[in-house]
Ligand binder design. Sequence first.
Ligand code: BES
Ligand code: ZN
Ligand code: ZN
Length: 465
Amino acid sequence: MKIKRSTSKTTSTEIRFVLENESGAIPDFKGKADELTIRYEGNDAILYCGLGNAATCNFSIMRSAAAQAAQMILKLQRKKVSIRFSHLSIATGTVIAGTLLEGFLLGLYRFSKYKSENQITLQTIELVECTLTTKDIRKIQTVTESVFYARDLVNDNASVVTPAYLVKQAQQLSHPGVLSVTVIKDRLLKQKNLNLITTVGQGAPVPPALIILEYRGNKKSTQTTAIVGKGVTFDSGGQNLKPTGSIETMRHDMAGAAAVLGIMKACAVQLPLINVTGIIPAVHNAIGSNAFYPGDVYTSYSGKTVEVWSTDAEGRLILADAVAYCRDQYTPTEIIDLATLTGGVKSALGTLVAGLFSNDDTIAERLFYAGEQTGERLWRFPLYEEYCDSIKGDIGDLRNLSKFKKGYASSIIGAAFIKEFIGDTPWGHIDIAGTAFNEGSSSGITPQYATGFGVRLLLSYLGIS
Ligand code: BES
Ligand code: ZN
Ligand code: ZN
């Protein structure tokens, strides 16, 4: 995609953003948020795109309106488009122009790998009378490309996106002197006692791996944020097999891992002056004669033993080893994990908000703020002691389900389990099971299926976007 700036339009398709009180001259168009109309001036198409009232217009409305304009451009099969910024009295600021451009680019996403017919794609965007610098534009493009990259990984087949495929993706992101990649697999996983990762992965036709990506953009600083992403490339539930209705979308159980790869990709391109460690435990949770057993007790990397009460609560098991190993080997300043951990978070918050859990109020507040900024919103849950105590084991140290009634506070229980392995490291856990994969139809910047949730959130948290 080519994006260029221009002082006058040179294409035959133009987008104009309009506020409600500025739409007077366009008959039968009020300029309400998400309202869209096409008018023709000779052969030139003008796409008017409403932003609603100036007093209520916000970044989410801007992104959503621009994304809808993008979808219309795809429908019209245009190869070139001009976006005019001068029409809007509020669009003089680069923040607003940047938000509109970001929304527009995000709205262009399509997953067309498995469409047999070639799709006509937009090739050039011309920004007319726009205050964004080339550097601003480049940054916005990096962010949206990272989101697309994460979405593609989630949308693709589970038979394609295996742990080995995630390893290959990570290796392709490596950048001499800046981003290095370490992979622990096969015998090494066992040698290093990463037993829970080995255990969850042992029933699968494809072997598990622990992937570590170290981005070092500020070698003088001792500050490092570790971002851990659940990488279950397919979650059948294991011996506690998921039923029809739940299993069909489980290729997206690696959405946390995809977000981590997206974030690391943005780092490798943007080269921010920070340090980030990406950690991905990658496994296929399969059913089969080699699969691990409900009822058995397994020893984690940390030494704590775990009674497996459900092989479908596998995310917390691999994350337990990943965070323990991460703390032990890399001593990060803080750990944030992204995981499609529990169906319960969808019941609690729906598909628009992800669950936030933390042992540190500052991290929780900063993550919440990044959510408000990016529209990838978060809501914090409590980690009360009674919940944390409910995962104490009988014959082992811990159990991977609580003693409470099935389904009760399941998202909190999942988080409480990870917390057992976090020690005193400042930590934030984001349960993206409701937000990572949109089974409904597309809406604004949120496409159908993979959303890329977490990439923009954490890039904003890290100060990269
Ligand atoms: N991957 C699932 C959670 C999930 C559900 C993600 C729906 C996306 C959409 C996870 O491994 C799981 O199966 N969780 C169980 C936990 C239960 C056994 C305690 C769940 O949420 O039902
Ligand atoms: Zn599961
Ligand atoms: Zn899972």
